[in-house]
Design a protein around this ligand. Sequence first.
Ligand SMILES: O=C(O)C(=O)C[C@]1(C(=O)O)C=C[C@@H](O)C=C1
Length: 358
Amino acid sequence: MNEDGLLELRNKLDSIDNELLALINERMKIVHQVGALKAKSGGAIYRPEREKAIIDRLEKLNKESNGSLNRAAIEALFLEIFAISRNIELPENVAYLGPEGSFTHQAAEGRFGAMSSYISISSIKGIFREVSTKKARFGVVPIENSSNGIVTDTINCLKQYDLKIIAEVVLDIHHTLATNCDKIKDIKRIYSKDIAFDQCRKFLANVGLDEVEQIPIESTTKAAKIAVEEEGSAAICPHVGAKLHNLPILFENIEDTDNNKTRFFIISDFENASSGNDKTSILVKFADRQGALFEFLKDFNEAGINLTKIKSHIVEGNSIFFIDFDGHKDDENVKNVLLKHSENVKVLGSYVKEINDI
Ligand SMILES: O=C(O)C(=O)C[C@]1(C(=O)O)C=C[C@@H](O)C=C1
């Protein structure tokens, strides 16, 4: 291998890295001052709308100056910088639906970065409790999956607790089949979460595993932990979960649809300012009379509000609707409609709209 000139290029990289480090430290000094200011005013540390505005601006600048980074790369770099910044302003705990390595953990790390302090919690209700008792500043919970629909526990908790949705994260969900068995025919049982089995039905039939015992447990990552200890077992689990428990992966991306996504909410105890590109989620209980739903939808339509999702859901025997629409709750047209229906509506939060939608 001819590596002439490598040393010279590495020297150049080293001196750029030195400059980057000095600049980042310079940035963090200012972040420290922002933190002190917020400590006085009581302002929220996490400002998703500001982070989005910075990334939008940098993406535009990058295009204008013909930079080689795409939006995903700019986001990856700067979301980590913001996460470090927030920790400098005030270290805050993030509670997520565990165990470690779960998809919710991945969603949390994607938004809060490597420096945050994470608390793994085993139930959705536990996460809401953790945030409302201020043991954690943020909670990360799944709200819906493209194949399995709405997560009932999350809706119930959003109804019950006085917390706000402050951000959404949409993850592409890929499953692996991981096992210590050398051959498929040696697999005698498979562990996973019930919905993961549902999402991989065709794959299991294709490889002749549809008749093998399926043991549903509470998390896909725990499935990997059990399968590594039990001979003749396999797990349907995330790549990260298999790696975490040193379980060899036999097949990757075994989900039946190539558009398998899960949407997560980040919950906290504050409300976001408008970013100009927001979405709002509400729960609505309609009066038990003819035309109630129709009137509600008509008012939204006349106010020029784009409803992006409407799902009915039963809580304690009563039917309620989970609705998403474009706009911020403080936008004039939104405010008026919500005011008119305030008796029946619970506003769950306005937050920056993700590009990756479900
Ligand atoms: O602008 C702020 O409010 C900050 O706290 C600074 C900063 C940043 O690093 O730029 C950090 C955290 C916020 O979520 C948004 C931006």
